[in-house]
Design a protein around this ligand. Structure first.
Ligand code: FES
Length: 164
């Protein structure tokens, strides 16, 4: 573990009654530094909070805001649960995949946009729903997505996700 990462890890652990509670914030910190959760970050996190790398891996794969592969500056997460399916999410997801030229959990060839299909985003009454860099977009149609995509491509956020 680098000294800087060790220092930040210790700060995070000190914030909680149990070291393990610092796991997700520490992984988010590592992700912000490296662009994704690397194997080294998994090992560092295990060492920091005193659990096995397999346990860290299982936490990292559970949280939809942690990525084990490089992500773009835009992360688009589209709900694939029943409420959104009934509202047309299947057609929308098909449209987005074709438009971006990616499958679930892939990043566009230019490295700019990561696409992910996620479970219910708790906004079922405004289906279909997606999040762009954690910002909700409701009642998304293929046409609305195309228009938003143009706007997003013009923007250049520093990073898709918060550091912690
Ligand atoms: S089913 Fe999509 S937000 Fe709940």
């Amino acid at each position: 573990m680098t000294p800087q990462r060790e220092r930040r890890g210790a700060e995070l652990v000190a914030k909680y009654p149990e070291a393990r509670s610092a796991l997700v914030p520490f992984l988010q910190y590592c992700q912000a530094e490296d662009g994704y959760v690397t194997d080294q970050a998994i090992a560092d996190a295990a060492e920091l909070v005193g659990i096995t790398p397999a346990e860290v891996e299982s936490t990292a794969s559970f949280y939809s805001l942690l990525f084990r592969h490089p992500i773009g500056k835009h992360v688009i997460q589209v709900c694939r649960t029943l409420g959104c399916m009934l509202g047309g999410a299947d057609e929308l997801r098909e449209h987005i995949r074709t438009r971006l030229g990616v499958e679930n959990l892939e990043t566009t060839a230019d490295g700019a946009i990561t696409y992910e299909e996620v479970e219910c985003l708790a906004a079922c009454d405004r289906a279909p729903v997606l999040q762009h860099n954690l910002e909700f977009v409701y009642n998304v149609t293929p046409e609305k997505f195309d228009s938003l995509l143009e706007t997003w491509r013009r923007e250049s956020p520093a990073a898709a996700l918060p550091a912690e």
